[in-house]
Design a protein around this ligand. Structure first.
Ligand SMILES: Cc1cc2nc3c(=O)[nH]c(=O)nc-3n(C[C@H](O)[C@H](O)[C@H](O)COP(=O)(O)OP(=O)(O)OC[C@H]3O[C@@H](n4cnc5c(N)ncnc54)[C@H](O)[C@@H]3O)c2cc1C
Length: 462
């Protein structure tokens, strides 16, 4: 499973890098029967209906059924790979969004280095191509005792469940139950760390910014894609610099230093953006006032003209609804799922696997896998293989992911830095991590980044 940069590139060169599907218009998930007019003999029975979540969407047949909750990087991978590895298995992917939008590369999209079409992809075409069913719906509840998922379209029974819900923001850590403060923050100063309209709002804010203080609050670990907020800061600063905008990006970091690839980022901040980026470590958030645009932190206070307010991250809603969240020594929720580190199923339920960002602690050495698309994709491959083996009556063999991330730090010339992680199992059965930072910013890494993206997007959508 492990792939170092050199062998990844060799693979990429040989891969058929076809152009991916364009942004598709939202399509109705209703099958033809549901859309048909009622007959004169009375209304035709609908297989499901919005607003009737107690109705069975699709009765379960004899084939093993795997329901995948969440169609992001992990969910799309496991759905396709399972159909390839176990063609008789019925696979149903549940996803709230009508169209896929990639968070990886979205920082480059913010400053028009990649276009919208490159990041958006069609769920229906790929599900049809690989013979799994995509239902656009909201997952409302998971009843693990009855092996049933309740969605906004109706209910679905499963033999195996894969939870791939990504992350959600924990605004309550900042605002308690103050809905007005939460909603105002979301609406005016979105984090744009989950795939939805927040990215569009952030891009609009950047392209209409007239100058002044642009503040970014970085969440405490574990967080989605730790190096990417610094990449975003570089892209915003580069935009200010190239458009003559008198703006300054202040990074309020919860951590005591930049990591990973800290040396590469420090060099970029000092050498490229001395007049544009201020980095503040240990800036634990004490109070945020979105109405008066003020932030109080342990490292000092700040007022801002615009801000990217990134609240702490935790596993996405579905993991909470499935009762999959672990607890700490004090009995409080950890915020992340409680999984068997090697087999990635819940410790309390081996019919439920978790992949991607929602996965909880896997090692006492490094705690969490990096919450990256690369890892979510690798988890998708691994869990598809595990399930194919189990459904086929065989015992799965442990496999571990790897991780590789490229971060652009300069737009002209286009230069990136990168970080790679490899995982091995030691004699005690503990997963160990090796990290290789490539801090030397250069154009070659940008080419590698686009090859990586093409390879991975093909793996999801081709
Ligand atoms: C700015 C930015 C840059 C990044 N850059 C990189 C990079 O360069 N390389 C890299 O490897 N990673 C990168 N990442 C991280 C990467 O995007 C995530 O790690 C990855 O998306 C995780 O995959 P996932 O499947 O766990 O979650 P997601 O891809 O978020 O998928 C979860 C899906 O579940 C759906 N969902 C959630 N709740 C429900 C519900 N109740 N009902 C129905 N559907 C639901 C969501 O709509 C979503 O589609 C970046 C992230 C950001 C924000």
């Amino acid at each position: 499973m492990t792939l170092d940069r050199r062998s990844f590139l060799a693979g990429a060169a040989g891969a058929t890098a076809t152009l991916l599907g364009a942004c598709a218009a939202p399509s109705s998930p209703l099958p033809a029967t549901a859309a048909a007019a009622p007959s004169l003999a009375g209304p035709a029975p609908l297989p499901f209906m919005i607003g009737q979540p107690d109705r069975t969407i699709l009765p379960k047949g004899r084939a093993a059924r795997v329901v995948v909750c969440g169609g992001g990087w992990g969910g799309l991978t496991v759905a396709k790979q399972l159909r390839l590895k176990s063609p008789d298995t019925e696979v149903i992917l549940l996803e709230r969004n009508p169209v896929f939008f990639s968070c990886p590369l979205s920082n480059k999209w913010l400053v028009d280095i990649v276009d919208t079409q490159y990041l958006t992809h069609d769920y229906l075409a790929v599900s049809e191509r690989h013979g799994y069913r995509y239902l656009q719906c909201e997952v409302l509840e998971v009843d693990r005792d009855r092996r049933r998922v309740v969605t906004s379209l109706g209910t679905l029974d499963y033999d195996h469940l894969v939870l791939a819900p990504g992350i959600r923001y924990d605004y309550e850590r900042w605002f308690g139950n103050d809905r007005r403060a939460i909603d105002t923050t979301r609406a005016r100063y979105p984090a744009a760390y989950v795939s939805n309209a927040e990215h569009v709002a952030l891009k609009r804010a950047l392209h209409t910014f007239q100058g002044g203080d642009w503040v970014m609050t970085l969440p405490p670990p574990p967080q989605r894609c730790p190096p990417s907020p610094y990449e975003r800061a570089c892209m915003v600063a580069w935009h200010f610099k190239t458009h003559g905008i008198k703006g300054r990006v202040t990074i309020l970091d919860h951590k005591d230093s930049i990591r990973p690839i800290g040396a590469g980022y420090r060099a970029a901040f000092a050498e490229l953006y001395k007049d544009y980026i201020t980095y503040v470590p240990n800036a634990h958030i004490q109070e945020i006032d979105p109405f008066n645009r003020r932030i109080r932190t342990a490292a000092g206070d700040m007022r801002f003209d615009h801000a990217v307010l990134m609240a702490p991250h935790q596993a996405g809603d579905i993991a909470w609804k499935a009762g999959a969240i672990g607890t700490n020594a004090q009995g409080k929720p950890t915020g992340w799922t409680d999984v068997d580190p090697q087999m990635l199923h819940l410790k309390t339920d081996d019919r439920v696997h978790v992949i991607g960002d929602a996965v909880g602690q896997v090692s006492p050495q490094f705690m969490f896998y990096p919450k990256s698309a690369h890892v979510a994709n690798a988890h998708g491959h691994i869990v598809a293989q595990y399930l194919a083996e189990r459904i086929g009556g065989r015992k799965p063999v442990t496999a571990l992911p790897d991780n590789l991330c490229y971060m652009m730090v300069n737009g002209s010339p286009r230069q990136a830095i990168s970080v790679q992680f490899d995982y091995t199992l030691n004699a005690q059965g503990v997963i160990e991590q090796q990290q290789i930072d490539d801090n030397d910013r250069r154009e070659e890494l940008v080419s590698e980044n686009f090859k990586w993206a093409q390879l991975k997007l093909n793996d999801l959508f081709a």
